[in-house]
Design a protein around this ligand. Structure first.
Ligand SMILES: CC(C)(COP(=O)(O)OP(=O)(O)OC[C@H]1O[C@@H](n2cnc3c(N)ncnc32)[C@H](O)[C@@H]1O)[C@@H](O)C(=O)NCCC(=O)NCCS
Ligand SMILES: Nc1ncnc2c1ncn2[C@@H]1O[C@H](COP(=O)(O)OP(=O)(O)OP(=O)(O)O)[C@@H](O)[C@H]1O
Length: 204
């Protein structure tokens, strides 16, 4: 007989710590599906995703080996205008189809699906619960500028393409939601994630 699956959506702003939290949840036995990982698969050389992006934005978005130049597409995405909508229109149906297939394979335990744009795209329908990784905007900007080697003006532009902290926290109106504070040390985050995973495995 098949066991039960707890379907948990994990979200948070850019550079809030979603990957770190999902790595920790994996250590405690959660099964992770990450839409940032899937979004790389749907643009591999030879895919429809990459071909459609090139049709729309030209081959300047490619590196010399024919793979996607992610930095270049990022600049295209955050430029003023309709580029972001066009990129999302090409990639999101493919990403969501792959998410659905990956979710169907998992039959027992705690499944955590990392969805950066969960709130922006109102994608909470298939889930039992949510986790929001939250940190102060200043800390988020510092982590983003350090990781991507960009200035703070560019980091602010990236934040503006996403929901605000306040909007994200309102996810609690739709799903039982755990807010994970990631403002302090990684050792503190580890402790919160250990408790959270115990809670999730007790619910499933
Ligand atoms: C523009 C791309 C190539 C930049 O790649 P890069 O390796 O620099 O970043 P990565 O993919 O790891 O994304 C990092 C973060 O950027 C943010 N982000 C990505 N796409 C978007 C978007 N369409 N709108 C707002 N924020 C976004 C998310 O917080 C995400 O976690 C890439 O982000 C992309 O393909 N985005 C479009 C697909 C998409 O919307 N992905 C989000 C998951 S559904
Ligand atoms: N508590 C913390 N203390 C110090 N550094 C941290 C902490 N949490 C995350 N970081 C660092 O901040 C950066 C962003 O974290 P991470 O990549 O996990 O965020 P993310 O939400 O997955 O990012 P993205 O939205 O780009 O996918 C990384 O370089 C990570 O190592």
């Amino acid at each position: 007989m098949a066991g039960k699956v707890l379907k948990v959506a994990l979200t948070g702003g850019i550079a809030s710590g979603k990957s770190l939290v999902s790595d920790l949840l994996a250590i405690y036995g959660c099964h992770i599906i990450d839409l940032d990982v899937i979004s790389r698969e749907v643009v591999l050389p030879g895919t429809e995703g990459l071909n459609e992006l090139v049709e729309s934005f030209g081959d300047s978005i490619l590196l010399s080996d024919g793979s996607l130049d992610r930095k270049n597409l990022r600049d295209v995405l955050y430029k003023k205008g309709r580029n972001r909508a066009k990129i999302e229109q090409i990639l999101h149906p493919k990403i969501l189809q792959k998410m659905k297939s990956s979710m169907e394979i998992f039959k027992e335990g705690v499944m955590v699906v990392v969805i950066p744009l969960l709130v922006e795209k109102e994608l909470w329908g298939p889930f039992d619960r949510a986790i929001v990784v939250d940190c102060d905007v200043d800390i988020q900007i510092n982590r983003l500028t350090a990781r991507e080697n960009i200035d703070s003006a560019k980091a602010h532009t990236m934040l503006l393409a996403q929901a605000s902290r306040e909007q994200r926290v309102q996810l609690g109106d739709h799903l039982p939601t755990d807010i994970i504070d990631n403002n302090s040390k990684i050792s503190d985050l580890k402790d919160s994630i250990e408790s959270l995973s115990q809670k999730l495995f007790a619910i499933v």
